[in-house]
Each structure stands twice: as C-alpha cells, then as structure tokens.
Design a binder for this molecule. Structure first.
Ligand code: CTP
Ligand code: MG
Length: 337
C-alpha cells in the first residue's frame, strides 16, 4: 500500500510538469529581444571604446548568465585598467558621452553603494546599468552560464524559483530578502545534491579556465560541452525538482549550522567559516557562500524579521506543491501585505 501511495504521489506531482514548462517557456526572452539587447550593447561598446580605446565593456548579470527572463534590464561592466581613476568623475564623463548620443534618461548615480550610470535606449526600450571594474561579477556570470549549459533543468528550475520569488516579494535585498544571484546558487547547490547528481561541481574539477581578479583566483572546469550527459542518470522532471527545492528549504536545511557552497559542491559548517555570530551588520541567518569571494555570505542581507518571512514563504510553497489542487497558479499569487 505504501508503494502504491508513493507511486500515486509521483504521478500527482508529474501532472505539473507540462504547466511548469509552459510557465518557463513564457518567461524566456524571444530571439527578437535578445537581438535588441545585442544591438544596444554594440552601440554602447562603440561609444565607450571611441573615448577610451583601452577599455572593455562586458555583460554580466541575468542577460549574460542565461537566467534572464523576458524584459530584464542589462547589467554592464566597464573594465578600465587605470589604477587611480576617480570613479565619480569617470561616471560623470561616461554619462555625458552617452547623453550626447541618442540615449535617454542617462543618469550617473555616483553616490550609490555600487556607483553606476543608468540609461534607457528609446530605440529598443531597454534599460541598462553600467558599473566600473566589477570584474568578479563578470566571472561569476560565466560560471553560472556554464552550469546552465550542463543540464536544461537548472534553467527551468531557476526561472520558476526567480518567478516565484519576484511574485512573492522575496527577491529584494534592500528589504532583507535574497538576490536573484543567491537564488540561482541555491538551485545549483540543490542539483549538485540530488542523487544521482544532476550537476557536477565545476570548481572541484580539473582547471581549464583560470583568471585572477582582485587577488582572487577564479578557476574551474569550463569545457561543459563534455558534460552534456552528466545528469542523464537522474530522470527527475521539473515538477519533482521544484517540489524538492521548496521542501529542502522549508523542512530539511539546517539553518543553525550549515552553509551551502557551490564552490565545494557540498554543505560546510558555519563554524568552519566563522559565521556563527553577528559581526557588524552581517548576521548569517541563512548562509550562501559566494563561489569566488568566499568570505561573502549572500545571506548577510537577511535579518531576524526577513528570515521569518523567507522561511514562511518556503513552507507555503512546499505545502502548495504537496496539497494544493492548482499549484502552478497558487505558487505565484502576488503577495499582498
Ligand atoms: N552579483 C554579485 N554579488 C552579489 C549580487 C550580485 O556578484 N552579492 C553579481 C552577479 O554577477 C549577478 C549580477 O551581479 O549575476 C546581478 O545580480 P542580480 O541582480 O542579483 O541578478 P540578475 O541575474 O541580474 O537577476 P535579475 O533577473 O533579477 O535582474
Ligand atoms: Mg539584473
């Protein structure tokens, strides 16, 4: 009878595969949109290198890591090898140059935590933020993109989790919840831990790609075309993974002692990282190690109120997956305070 019941549960969950895939498909940016992003990038690259021939413009964030849904803003990083540039002056000059071209709403936000130039392109309708010398973000963008190429289920899961987090209002670092970047790392960690594993640990394999940025050595296996079959022993379809993901964060994760670490492909202890107590504003109530800046806990924005909100949202999602008649609608119902 137990076996029968288990089979029943699986079939019940599997009925959700098609609707989840339909949601995923509806979130993917069209080829037309991607072409427009490329067009804007090319324009900006031309304007920038005309003024600073030695500078290079890179895409990072969701437009570069393949986890971007339709209508995302573009995150750009201008890398310029000048030891003592004055960032504020540089950004003001950059804003000037872009303003005098056909771009609209160009603003230099020199006093933001990460100073940027913001702009909107009236031709494509796309908004874009440009920061300076944030090269680690360019490298972690490549790491995420490489993981996405290994197994299609990562992108499906991450799109659904990001869509859920945005709908439920738990993707706002300024309100103490998690960044999209943190959610994608949580998805990678989760798939590294399925049995059989769906994703490998690229930083634990032979090094085929290596750069040193800001004294951080970033190296990993990036010949991911060779790993296309990696997850093929695990046949779990998307609905079971979504269910497993929320269940893990609702009922299995050891918040008191564990740090998730994509870098090592395992859980490590908070004690080992010395993340057991609050230091300044860093509270470590949910611990997600950055794959390269390993002293960075991406959960450090979470405080004693928002950890409650997050955990209740994970539980809500897990319970909906388990008991609700229509999880594909209920899961994404906007949060109304
Ligand atoms: N990033 C980082 N460290 C953080 C947060 C972000 O290095 N603590 C970098 C990552 O390269 C990430 C990028 O900034 O890809 C953008 O972060 P975020 O806005 O969280 O993610 P997006 O992928 O751009 O998601 P969204 O679609 O919500 O814009
Ligand atoms: Mg972004």
């Amino acid at each position: 009878r137990i076996f029968k019941r288990q089979m029943q549960c699986r079939m019940d969950i599997d009925r959700l595969n098609a609707p989840f895939l339909a949601i995923y498909d509806s979130l993917i940016p069209t080829e037309e949109e991607k072409a427009k992003q490329k067009q804007l990038f090319t324009l900006l690259e031309r304007l920038v290198t005309k003024e600073w021939p030695e500078a290079r413009l890179y895409i990072y964030g969701s437009c570069g890591n393949s986890f971007g849904v339709s209508k995302s803003d573009i995150d750009l990083c201008l890398a310029i090898d000048e030891a003592n540039i004055n960032k504020s002056e540089f950004l003001l000059r950059l804003a000037d140059i872009l303003q005098s071209d056909s771009l609209q709403n160009v603003q230099a936000l020199t006093r933001a935590r990460v100073p940027i130039v913001k702009l909107m392109d009236p031709v494509t309708g796309i908004s874009c933020d440009i920061c300076i010398n944030n090269v680690l973000a360019v490298i972690n963008t490549k790491l995420l993109r490489d993981y996405a190429k290994i197994d299609a289920r990562l992108r499906q899961l991450a799109f659904i989790v990001k869509h859920w987090a945005k709908s439920r209002g738990v993707n706002e670092t300024y309100h103490g919840t998690l960044s999209s970047y943190a959610y994608v790392l949580m998805c990678i960690h989760f798939l590294q831990h399925r049995r059989p594993a769906i994703l490998p640990c690229l930083q634990g394999m032979q090094t085929t790609y290596s750069v040193t940025v800001e004294n951080v050595e970033c190296s990993f296996f990036d010949q991911v075309d060779k790993l296309r079959d990696f997850g093929s022993h695990n046949k779990e379809p998307i609905a079971r993974l979504v269910w497993g993901f929320f269940n893990y964060w609702a009922y299995s994760h050891d918040y008191a002692n564990s740090v998730i670490s994509v870098r090592t492909g395992s859980l490590i202890s908070k004690r080992e990282k010395d993340w057991t107590r609050r230091v300044g504003n860093d509270r470590h109530l949910i611990c997600i190690e950055d794959p390269f800046e390993i002293s960075h806990d991406l959960g450090r924005v979470v405080d004693k109120y928002s950890i409650k909100v997050l955990r209740e949202e994970f539980e809500r999602a897990a319970d909906i997956m388990q008991y609700d008649a229509n999880p594909c609608v209920k899961l994404f119902e906007p949060y109304v305070p």
